[in-house]
Design a protein around this ligand. Structure first.
Ligand SMILES: NC(=O)c1ccc[n+]([C@@H]2O[C@H](COP(=O)([O-])OP(=O)(O)OC[C@H]3O[C@@H](n4cnc5c(N)ncnc54)[C@H](O)[C@@H]3O)[C@@H](O)[C@H]2O)c1
Length: 323
């Protein structure tokens, strides 16, 4: 079994992707790392280490000591927090990726998964059914870093033969670890608020429509792309993947089908401007053709599953009605 390193393993995606990797490869073969290791990591079935991706020497040492062959590099600053400290975001998101690529090039690492984002697009990009290959002129430092990252991954693949792959995730919705400061966090917060207090104020407009994906599909995309035959891939590091698109108002209405007295207000802040620069849906034909991408969840099935998972954790102070 290859040893797999996960960076940023205690974040929103890492928490659930690590569990899926345990199931597939055995927990002993999956090394979960983060800049800080939370106390809850003590219950993880596999090995855990502290690893800051801006420290190249430590990255090399950890990879060598564990004979790492595959890396899922998830450590990053997300879009909204990146805007608050752009240079620090660049250091983590771009220099951190460069450190991972350099370590991979000089070691036994054969394959890398690195997620890009719909943030690679900008106001000049066609907004609806955004094509795979189109204008990538983002207006956020997070988006600029993702464009640089896609190009770096392609460069290392072409020049050094490193098998680096990735998808452009839309907003990720999940009931596990909370999101880490992105522009689409409202689509997760709304569920917690709905079951806990029955009321939420979204930081975007009611008609703000963005592409989203539910965590099981997010994890499936990573594993499926990494399973694909290298020869069948024409693209590599920035596959569009589409799962569902809805406005904040439509999401509130769908939740109201389960919790009829749920009240949602809309009070856009500076994150609305970021949301306005992103697509509302994506053409994911390349992902479907090249590695068989097919999402399993839509707005209706995701909402039902989110609410039932949060209620099962006894978060609810609010009664959900049967549909
Ligand atoms: N969640 C989304 O909606 C979304 C959408 C598109 C793309 N992505 C991308 O997916 C990846 C994972 O995102 P996420 O949602 O899990 O983010 P997150 O913020 O929840 O988790 C990222 C983790 O990285 C850690 N980290 C930050 N700086 C680090 C450093 N220097 N060294 C090591 N660890 C560090 C953080 O502590 C955090 O635990 C990122 O590349 C992100 O850009 C996420």
């Amino acid at each position: 079994m290859p040893t797999i390193l996960v960076t940023g393993a205690f974040g929103q995606i890492g928490t659930e992707l690590t569990q899926a990797l345990y199931t597939r490869y055995g927990a002993d073969n999956v090394l979960a790392t983060g800049r800080r290791v939370p106390e809850s990591a003590g219950t993880l079935a596999g090995p855990v280490e502290t690893l800051d991706v801006t420290d190249p020497a430590r990255l090399r040492e950890v990879c060598a000591r564990h004979d790492v062959e595959i890396i899922y590099h998830l450590a990053a600053r997300l879009s909204a927090v990146a805007e608050q400290a752009p240079l620090e975001a660049w250091r983590i998101n771009v220099d951190g990726l460069r450190n991972v690529l350099e370590t991979a090039k000089a070691s036994a690492v054969k394959r890398l998964f690195w997620p890009s984002s719909i943030a690679v697009f900008g106001p000049e990009t066609p907004r609806t059914l955004t094509p795979q290959d189109t204008v990538t002129r983002p207006t956020t430092v997070y988006g600029i870093a993702k464009v640089a990252g896609e190009l770096l991954c392609d460069y290392y693949a072409r020049r050094y033969g490193l098998d680096a792959r990735g998808v452009r995730y839309p907003g990720v919705i999940s009931s596990g670890a909370l999101p880490g400061g992105g522009t689409t966090d409202y689509a997760v917060e709304i569920f917690y608020a709905a079951v806990q207090t029955g009321r939420y104020t979204a930081f975007v407009r009611e008609d703000c429509r963005l592409p989203m994906i539910y965590m099981p599909d997010c994890v499936k995309a990573a594993l499926q792309l990494m399973d694909a035959d290298r020869e069948t891939l024409e693209h590599r590091s920035g596959f569009n993947i589409n799962a569902m698109s809805f406005s904040a108002g439509e999401l509130a209405a769908e939740i109201r089908r389960h919790i009829p007295d749920f009240i949602c207000d809309f009070d856009p802040d500076e994150r609305q401007q970021i949301a306005d620069s992103w697509p509302d849906s994506l053409d994911d034909g390349a992902a479907r053709r090249e590695w068989g991408w097919q999402p399993s969840y839509d707005l209706e099935t995701m909402t039902a599953d989110m609410l039932s998972k949060l209620r099962a954790r006894r978060l609810s102070g609010h009664k959900e009605t049967a549909r």
